[in-house]
Design a protein around this ligand. Structure first.
Ligand SMILES: Nc1nc2c(ncn2[C@@H]2O[C@H](COP(=O)(O)OP(=O)(O)OP(=O)(O)O)[C@@H](O)[C@H]2O)c(=O)[nH]1
Ligand SMILES: [Mg+2]
Length: 254
């Protein structure tokens, strides 16, 4: 299998004008949306070599989008996953859209996730809409300390249904699970909602790292299996995988 090299660093865009669906290996320059865009399918196939400037090889590439209300912790979740750090202190709301890349090893295959961090604020919604169709997976976040962010999940799911690809992988995440004193949404409520919509669910914490790696790994596994499944290989069951991993880890791992 030929290997490609992953794009380095962080890209961003404050402009809704450029199309998110052109160009290969987004963010080669890390200077904006046009440079950051990837092929419309979101996939880079294993047989097509590609080189960029981070020095990390990968076999397949997918786009993952983080969505949810402003302040639920999308940027912090991404920073925790990418850099292993927590952005404490004052809240700096994302403007437009940012992206970061991370290469993961999934069953001996190097999977590059190009992760798009969207702005939760209503005024950037049209920017987010433009990106949905290229996403292979969506991590939909609410904040367990913010009831409105949980109540808005239905609206987010409606929007996803309207703008994203039909087969997009969706996972519901109840973030800030570390905030036990401020919690207003029970885990069971999250589970119930996820069940109603048939999507996998877990609680996360960008602060403690709880389930952050697991959320991205589960999505990467699902996407990798969809793309590289051998004819006689059983279908990967994302929900079963998540449930099993949560049980194995006693539901809480970082
Ligand atoms: N306790 C706790 N605080 C968190 C966690 N994740 C994020 N925060 C805090 O929540 C605030 C918002 O986090 P962001 O990641 O910037 O939120 P966002 O979803 O990216 O917001 P927008 O960019 O406006 O859409 C910040 O003050 C973070 O420090 C978490 O897991 N636990
Ligand atoms: Mg943000």
């Amino acid at each position: 299998m030929s290997r490609k090299k992953a794009v380095k660093g962080k890209g961003s865009s404050k402009s809704p004008k450029a199309s998110p669906s052109s160009g290969r290996d987004g963010g080669r320059t890390g200077k904006g949306l046009a440079a950051a865009a990837a092929p419309s399918s979101g996939l880079v196939y294993p047989s097509r070599p590609s080189l960029s400037n981070s020095g990390e090889f990968y076999d397949i590439s997918f786009k993952v989008m983080l969505v949810g209300d402003s302040g639920v912790g999308k940027t912090c979740l991404l920073v925790r996953f990418k850099d292993g750090a927590f952005l404490a202190g004052s809240f700096i709301s994302t403007v437009g859209i940012d992206f970061r890349n991370k290469v993961m090893s999934i069953d001996a295959v190097k999977v590059k996730l190009q992760i798009w961090d969207t702005a939760g604020q209503e005024r950037f919604r049209s920017v987010t809409h433009a990106y949905y169709r290229d996403a292979n997976a969506l991590l939909l976040l609410y904040d367990v300390t913010n009831k409105a962010s949980f109540d808005n999940i239905r609206a987010w799911l409606t929007e996803i249904h309207e703008y994203a690809q039909q087969d997009v992988v969706v996972m519901l995440l109840g973030n800030k699970a570390d905030s036990t004193h401020d919690r207003v949404v029970k885990r069971e409520e999250g589970e119930k909602l996820a069940k109603e919509f048939g999507v996998p669910f877990m609680e996360t914490s960008a602060k403690s790292g709880l389930n952050v790696e697991l959320a991205f790994t589960a999505v990467a596994k699902e996407l990798k299996h969809r793309t590289m499944k051998e004819p006689d290989e059983p279908k990967f069951q994302l929900k079963e995988y998540v449930d099993k991993e949560m049980r194995t880890a006693g539901c809480c791992r970082s």
